[in-house]
Design a protein around this ligand. Structure first.
Ligand SMILES: [Fe+2]
Ligand SMILES: [Fe+2]
Length: 194
């Protein structure tokens, strides 16, 4: 095989594996940030369970945690399937999620619920933004859309559970909630790119 032909084949092959279809770039961003978010959520509920697992709120938190474990596993599957590089922040979100969950739970069960409501509010908005983006794209990945739709509904359920269990009665609810929302939005912005 001539040198020119071989170079051409190598180039063509590397291009097609880097960009198997037009929306690969978007899929990279979506899967990376959602994987990071679901990992963080899994760790938040793990932290809450470590503190409140033995209390009457234990089964409720366990129910939400079980769903987060499924969310996390699903995005771990998608990250492998689409060969997406996970965010370099993975070890940080691992620790930060647990600290946020355990820390809020140490302030009491209402503060834990306030944390849940703040986090889930940001996640539901984030998933809705992604769904709007995907619905505008005629070539959008259907598998990804269905996953996001289902998880968005479950995050909304977590949000509602938090409200029903006294989130808004937590001390300094507004400031606490705004602080956590700001942290989540920052984590999302970082995880989209690095
Ligand atoms: Fe989740
Ligand atoms: Fe959730």
């Amino acid at each position: 095989m001539s040198f020119k032909l071989r170079s051409f084949l190598i180039l063509a092959n590397s291009r097609s594996s880097a960009r198997p279809f037009a929306t690969k770039a978007d899929i990279d961003t979506i899967v990376r940030v959602d994987h990071a978010g679901e990992l963080g959520a899994d760790r938040i509920y793990a932290g809450q369970m470590a503190v409140l697992g033995h209390t009457e709120k234990g089964p409720l938190i366990q129910h939400m945690w079980d769903q987060e474990k499924v969310h996390r596993a699903r995005f771990e599957e998608l990250i492998r399937k689409y060969r997406v590089r996970p965010t370099v922040m993975t070890p940080i979100w691992n620790v930060a999620g647990f600290v946020l969950g355990a820390g809020s739970a140490l302030l009491g069960d209402k503060a834990a619920m306030a944390c849940t409501v703040a986090v889930e509010t940001v996640i539901v908005e984030h998933y809705n933004d992604q769904l709007r983006e995907l619905m505008d794209d005629p070539n959008a990945n259907k598998e990804l859309m269905e996953t996001i739709k289902q998880f968005r509904d479950e995050e909304q359920e977590h949000h509602d559970i938090g409200i029903d269990h006294g989130a808004e009665q937590a001390p300094l609810y507004r400031a606490f909630s705004e602080l956590i929302k700001f942290g989540c939005k920052t984590a999302i912005a970082i995880s989209k790119t690095i």
